[in-house]
Design a protein around this ligand. Sequence first.
Ligand code: SAH
Length: 487
Amino acid sequence: MTVYLVGAGPGDPGLLTVRGAELLARADVVVHDRLADARLLDLARSSARLVDVGKSPGGPVDQDAINEVLVTEGRTGAVVVRLKGGDPFVFGRGGEEAAALQAAGVDFEVVPGITSAVAVPAYAGVPVTHRGRATSFTVVTGHSRHAVDRETNWEALAAAGGTIVVLMGVAHRASIAARLIDGGLDPATPVVAVHWGTRPEQKSVRGRLDELATMAMEPPATIVVGSVAGLDLAWYESRPLFGRRIVVTRARDQASELSRRLHDLGARVIEVPTIRISAPHDGGAGLERAARALPTYRWVVFTSANAVGALLDRVPDRRAFRDTSIAAVGPATAAALAARGLVADLVPARPQADGLLEVFPAPPSATSRRVLFPRAAEGRDVLVEGLRRAGWEVDLVEAYRTVRLTADEETRKEVAGADAVCFTSSSTVTGFVEACGADTCPPVVVCIGPVTESSARNAGLPITRVAGSPSVVGLVSALVAVLPSSP
Ligand code: SAH
């Protein structure tokens, strides 16, 4: 029974530690705050229980109640991850949680996180120490009146001459600036305040210490005071798609690569799920039978990674494929096979049903002519008919169902407010229109190629640009060309 106090980092989900990711993937229970990034929570298994202990807007955080939850969950013997922003022991009340666990005799482990005190300035191009400018930095809270007025010795900080990083200081920034100036800090000392650092919403404002009180800013922000704040090694906010909100549809193989590239260029990616894969109508009975009879088939034909997974989940021993050849419609399906330890015998150059028919061999006269074809309930019949015409005996088995999804109100709002949408195939157009409706379409529409373009046009969507080359890279370049500057 261990409770893991895990630092989630400052916002960018890529700034979680390897240890943190590993524990999230193992967790039975994840206790998180209200604003925890959904992409971090996605790292937990779907069976993990998510407990939101974030304060409801306006209400105070009841730390005792959170401690109680951790002790109770910890005692059950489950793997409990307490996910906390930044580093758990930097103004995160992680110390109090650890003390409560210790007092209750529950084992705990602290997994440090990247603190916003260092990472947020870094994403604004400000190093907290710099040769010739600062030999130290102090992280200080500006949260409560009491702390600002009585607990913190601002005069000593002013005299120390290092960088001062203020967390939770937006509300009391006027008093903080006044105390530092009274303590002898030059009123012209550079200041930068960074709102929502490390996220696509990041916004930094720069000024002087004597302007801090009137600089426009909103919490959460990290305020840096000192000579280093005069440096501007900007890299994040100057990315080509920084701050742009871009819609992509999810479920197809390319979606994640596209999302990753857009994220790396600074965009906020809004992924709209358009389909869900669910169990076949017969609950898998047909697949079970087919799996048992596998050695009686001469070929198994796969046209999707989903079918690969569905059948192979029921074939524990790969030797069942000893006398059976395997065809894959294209590279993605072949890759899914390879991930399961099977090499496809046949992959056509043209990754389509008729491409496969062209290269599929004629049936043998002596051995089995049986072909097993596990596929989606709603698959097309081109391949089945073609193989039968060629003389094969095809057993069609339903491996899974694709259920079309409708986006919820919140997602539709987000989509409608986005800057652009990208389509990587006709099916992403159909999926988008069915999930969100054509009327939520963002103002800029970019398509991967002419076929996708005509599908989008037929669906009544306005086309802004078609990729110069029909690839994810081409699509991203087209997007950068039509959305040139930051908002
Ligand atoms: N344990 C956290 C800090 C918790 S206190 C850590 O180590 O980062 C919360 C304060 O941290 C906020 O009020 C703000 O001052 C700062 N902060 C956290 N995330 C931030 C972000 N993404 N951008 C700017 N400031 C942030």
